[in-house]
Write a protein that binds this ligand. Structure first.
Ligand code: PMP
Length: 359
């Protein structure tokens, strides 16, 4: 069986052990004679998986029972709308840090509802960096400050947790969720589409302080209300059982591998390998992100011209390296090196980059 080194930004590579386990169990889940995709979301065996995945996520994040984990469909993109619908008003607007495409998309949804303002933006720097603490202009009446912790397209990441005073901090962690330990207690709400670091597309994990999600505004329809998901243990309607089952397996894999400390150790080794190749290439490879904001998850870089970039992608594939082409808004290359990407895979890419440059 041939598997490539998969550097796709999401859906992305998953731990081989997780795929193998899911394959082995696929036809006969838990001795039920049925597949996980065939059993009821209200059955006991499924409920066990659902609740264990929630417990493992909280444990990995070091959060107590003042936090709740919700499973919601509609992608991280629906969270862009649900957040202002549930929390922002004209008097207490949502305050947004614009640091890339997805944070801008989140802002747009709140702006449609006319409950948005901008706390900071690095658009004029072509999103090469995230703003510093002292650039954040946080309205003390804001319902929340929204940040995108890792900017998947531009390859930048927050390396500090913004101080927000009394304003609750909300974060989109779609592309760096569970990649490193953080003081998660400083956040009131965190969300992540799981298809990068945590599983198969089809579900979003929302981790929120219970006090924030126990009561939504009366005018909201049922499926747009956080309190529906909270009160019904994310089982008000049919849950995406397969996606949650894979999330549970990935969370268990992270736990068994040594938790977030070990993920951070591996991720910093991987990132350093690639940034070192870029920095030691005499300008052949040019990183997009400013050094201070470099992401440990998505390494973005350009080559001297587009022709070489095309050649790089094609030759990479011949070397078993897939998914390396960058997003069209940045151009060049992007190596997504989430938790499941092995150090061996990153070394293969680094070797190829050196070879390509010397050719
Ligand atoms: N936020 C970030 C940081 C992302 O990388 C993405 C997807 N690439 C999204 C949000 C949007 O996620 P979805 O496609 O699940 O709506």
């Amino acid at each position: 069986m041939k598997r490539v080194y998969n550097f796709n930004p999401g859906p992305a590579t998953l731990p081989l052990e997780v795929l193998q386990e899911a394959q082995a169990e696929f036809l006969n889940f838990n001795n039920s004679g049925m597949s996980i995709v065939e059993i009821s979301h209200r059955s006991k065996p499924y409920e066990k998986i659902h609740n264990q995945a929630k417990a493992d996520i909280l444990e990995l994040m070091g959060l107590g029972d003042d936090y709740e984990v919700l499973f919601i469909q509609g992608g991280a993109s629906l969270q862009f709308a649900m957040i202002p619908l549930n929390f922002a008003t004209k008097e207490n607007p949502g305050s947004y840090v614009l640091s890339g495409t997805f944070s801008s998309n989140a802002y747009k949804e709140a702006a449609i509802l006319d409950v948005a303002e901008i706390a900071a933006s690095t658009k004029n720097d072509n999103f090469r960096r995230v703003p510093n603490q002292d650039e954040l202009k946080i309205n003390p009446n804001a319902a929340y400050l929204h940040v995108c912790f890792n900017n998947t397209i531009y390859g930048t990441e927050f390396h500090y947790i913004p101080e927000t005073g009394n304003v609750p901090l909300f974060a989109d962690m779609s592309s760096d969720m569970l990649s490193r330990p953080l003081d998660f207690n400083k956040f009131s709400l965190i969300y992540a589409g799981v298809q990068k670091n945590l599983g198969a597309a089809g579900v979003v994990i929302v981790v929120a302080k219970k006090t924030f999600i126990e009561k939504s505004p009366d005018i909201l329809p049922t499926m747009l209300r956080y309190d529906t998901f909270y009160k019904k243990n994310s089982l008000y309607n049919t849950s995406p059982a397969f996606a949650i089952y894979i999330v549970g397996k990935v969370a268990a894999w992270i736990k068994n591998s040594g938790g977030l400390e070990e993920m951070a150790r591996r991720n910093s080794i991987k990132a350093k390998i690639l940034y070192d190749v870029i920095d030691n290439s005499n300008g052949f490879y040019r990183g997009h992100a400013d050094k201070s904001s470099r992401s440990f998850m998505n390494v973005t870089f350009r080559l001297p011209n587009e022709e070489l970039e095309k050649k790089f992608v094609a030759e990479a594939l011949n070397n078993n390296i897939s998914g390396i082409k960058g997003h069209r808004s940045v151009g060049g290359m992007r190596a997504s090196i989430y938790n499941a990407m092995t150090i061996e895979g990153v070394e293969a890419l680094a070797d190829f980059m050196v070879k390509f440059r010397n050719a």
